[in-house]
Ligand binder design. Structure first.
Ligand code: NAP
Length: 298
């Protein structure tokens, strides 16, 4: 990983940008790519960061097709590289003079039952999904606070509201993002910076395949049959998920709301599940989830 600022710079001005600017992490695929494109379409100068610039072609091709490639700059950034985060943020401020929107989107899902997931994988999950969000936010904050305006949009998950078995590292990382965002929102309100959580349910992006391919288990795992039941449930829900563009459109809408809510949950079945968690006895919800996931038997 290159620590210094590296981008496919197009000839953009070095004075403060006339356009509002948005920094998106994890833009090589999925929501991040769609969010970058959608914000550029809405008139933002987008700094689309990704950890491997070799993966920028789909984003750039889509941007060219839509005639908005001049408003998207791809920049290399791994959110676990804290030095690179500071370098990238400073270089962007030097170039554009402002950051109006930060979308903390980069993330991945570690799957497996708690006993089967090595500690190093728990640490890596937290490093990316939680510490990555903290580090990028901290880098951007001095500028947004000084500007007295800005949006920090953290892509959490329904897994940040409800714990699902077989995904505890992912669930823990998203619950951490939720707590962090709640506290940060109160800290930044007086400074005019809005902190928002977007909480998607299952959408058909690459995250699921990547997660299924790297699932932690073994032939002799006592959880093997339960994991298989959960995997088949997850595959079904992910493939039947709504169009991921919904999430990108929601992010663009949120950036246009002067006083957005803290949480925006979206996706098939998500509202029902959240209402059930809020209104029903928790023991009933637990029984229903275990039955639904097919993990009842010992
Ligand atoms: N899809 C869903 O159903 C769903 C539901 C709820 C929440 N989410 C959340 O949505 C966000 C985006 O996921 P997605 O569904 O769009 O999946 P995706 O297509 O796999 O996109 C994830 C992005 O994050 C990047 N990334 C992973 N680790 C990174 C790191 N250390 N530094 C920088 N970038 C990194 C990936 O880069 P590489 O290509 O290099 O791996 C990729 O660009 C994640 O935070 C995820 O938890 C997704």
């Amino acid at each position: 990983m290159n620590n210094s600022y590296s981008s496919t710079s197009q000839s953009l001005p070095s004075l403060p940008s006339a356009l509002p600017t948005a920094l998106v992490t994890g833009s090589s695929s999925g929501f991040g790519q769609l969010i970058a494109l959608t914000l550029a379409q809405k008139g933002y100068q987008v700094i689309a960061t990704m950890r491997d610039l070799n993966k920028q072609a789909p984003l750039i091709n889509e941007a060219k097709k839509a005639g908005i490639d001049m408003r998207i700059e791809s920049v290399e950034l791994d959110v676990t590289n804290h030095k690179a985060i500071l370098d990238v943020t400073k270089a962007l401020i030097d170039k554009y003079g402002r950051i109006d929107v930060l979308v903390n989107n980069a993330g991945y899902a570690v799957g497996g039952f708690v006993e089967d997931v090595p500690l190093a994988d728990w640490q890596r999950q937290m490093e990316t999904n939680f510490m990555g969000v903290v580090a990028v936010t901290k880098a951007v904050l001095p500028y947004m606070r000084e500007q007295g305006t800005g949006y920090i949009i953290n892509i959490s998950s329904i897994s940040g509201r409800v714990g699902f078995p077989g995904y505890a590292p992912y669930v823990a990382s998203k619950f951490a993002v939720e707590g962090f965002s709640e506290a940060l929102r109160l800290e930044l309100k007086p400074f005019g910076v809005q902190v928002v959580l977007v909480e998607p349910g299952a959408y058909p992006t690459n995250i699921w395949k990547k997660g299924f391919d790297t699932i932690h288990t073994s032939q002799h795992s006592p959880y093997q049959d339960k994991l298989q039941a959960i995997l088949s449930y997850s595959r079904k829900t992910a493939s039947q998920g709504a169009d991921p563009q919904e999430v990108a459109d929601a992010v663009a809408r949120i950036c246009a709301i002067r006083y957005p809510k803290l949480r925006y949950a979206m996706g098939n079945g998500v509202s029902l599940l959240l209402w059930a968690k809020m209104l029903l006895p928790y023991s009933f919800l637990e029984r229903t989830m275990i039955k639904m996931l097919g993990t009842t038997k010992k």
